[in-house]
Write a protein that binds this ligand. Structure first.
Ligand code: FAD
Length: 341
């Protein structure tokens, strides 16, 4: 089926509007969905088109008002118990059918575990391309196409990619690279309820159990405070200081790739180009040099506090507050002080 569809020529003028896939977590739209609605609104206005949210799930219609409030003009809703949990095959089939029927010009998805799974699959199914892991979006002045920008060559250059020949133009965008828009709950819009053509028996993957390995300490994308440690922490045992400081502040624990590669923390804590993109109110970088690939993941933090014994470490260029000193002395002192508050 995928091969057949790739050979079908398309009339690009039939494709209009900007769509955002509304990824859900525990029955609510994830932050990244709102961030993309905010950015999608700007693209839609620049293109003179409408913005739509795509909601697939079980009993999800009440969420539409939250989607309108973040800027959508239209919400497509596909509901059914078979969509209670994300499944690659079920969601791919439904999403591809929606694209065939309604022909969106642009689709934005979060570069999350689900978005990275669903996006390429849907793109392949409808015979278009996908720019993965974007960190900024715009409109190309010459062609009017969406300009998808993402790091390339190990983060040493930023590549801007256009999709001139296929539709829809698709991309995944890292969480936290855009700010969540101010919501306006007086906004309303059109709800389009679409009957699913997928039956439960067509979905080959079944969710048997959910095992939570992630506590608040590793929920980096949603955290308001993150305390990250790098190779400068010296050894894995010293990482307990990072955890303790994060615990006192009610924050999450991050790590540089050097610390993750050394096996001091699992990859789910890694911040940076090949880890998570974070945007907390306060980011502590402890014993982290400030390599470009690390900065790519934390540069949208509101306030950066760096602790490093090398006064010339590049991290200080990105820091709002810098403490030149040994982490093993500075962090215990900070823990003591914060405990008093
Ligand atoms: P180092 O660069 O070794 O820095 C350690 C710092 O600790 C130094 O500045 C030192 O002065 C300081 N220090 C040492 N002892 C102490 C002490 N007692 N107290 C205070 N300070 C001390 N990196 C990421 O982090 N995330 C990524 O996602 C990522 N992706 C990558 C993708 C690619 C394709 C490539 C090529 C690289 C990537 N990297 C990534 C690796 C990156 O280039 C760096 O190697 C890495 O970030 C370095 O980690 P670090 O700062 O912990 O270690």
């Amino acid at each position: 089926r995928e091969k057949e569809e790739k050979t079908v020529s398309i009339d690009k003028n039939e494709y209009k509007d900007v769509w955002v896939y509304i990824e859900l977590a525990e029955g609510q739209a994830k932050n990244v969905a709102h961030e993309l609605l905010g950015e999608g609104r700007k693209l839609a206005e620049a293109m003179g088109q409408k913005l739509a949210g795509v909601l697939i799930g079980d009993k999800v219609e009440p969420l539409a008002k939250d989607i309108f409030a973040s800027g959508a003009d239209t919400v497509y809703i596909v509901e059914g118990p078979e969509f209670k949990h994300y499944s690659t095959d079920g969601f791919t089939a439904v999403f591809s059918d929606l694209i065939h029927t309604y022909k969106p010009a642009v689709i934005l998805m979060g570069a999350t575990n689900d978005g990275r799974d669903l996006g390429p699959r849907v793109a392949c199914r409808v015979g278009t391309g996908l720019t993965a892991d974007c960190t900024s979006l715009g409109i190309d002045g010459e062609t009017g196409l969406v300009a998808w920008t993402r790091p390339a060559f190990g983060g040493n250059i930023m590549a801007t990619i256009l999709c001139p020949d296929h539709r829809p133009q698709m991309g995944t965008v890292r969480p936290k690279v855009f700010k969540r828009p101010e919501q306006d709950f007086s906004r309303t819009g059109e709800m389009i309820r679409v009957k699913s053509t997928v039956e439960e028996k067509d979905i080959r993957t079944k969710l048997i159990d959910v095992v939570k390995v992630c506590t608040a300490a590793c929920n980096l994308e949603e955290a308001e405070i993150i305390v990250s440690g790098g190779r400068g922490m010296g050894k894995p045992e010293n990482f307990t200081l990072i955890e303790e400081l994060a615990g006192v502040l009610g924050g999450a624990v991050g790590a540089s790739r050097a610390a993750v590669d050394a096996g001091w923390k699992p990859h789910m804590h890694q911040v940076g180009q090949t880890g998570k993109t974070v945007g907390p109110k306060v980011y502590f970088a402890c014993g982290i040099s400030g390599a470009i690939q690390h900065m790519a993941g934390m540069s949208s933090s509101d306030i950066v506090i760096a602790i490093n014994k090398d006064a010339d470490a590049p991290i200080f260029k990105a820091a709002d507050y810098g403490i030149v000193g040994d982490c093993l002395e500075v962090i215990p002192a900070l823990i003591e002080e914060f405990k008093k508050i």
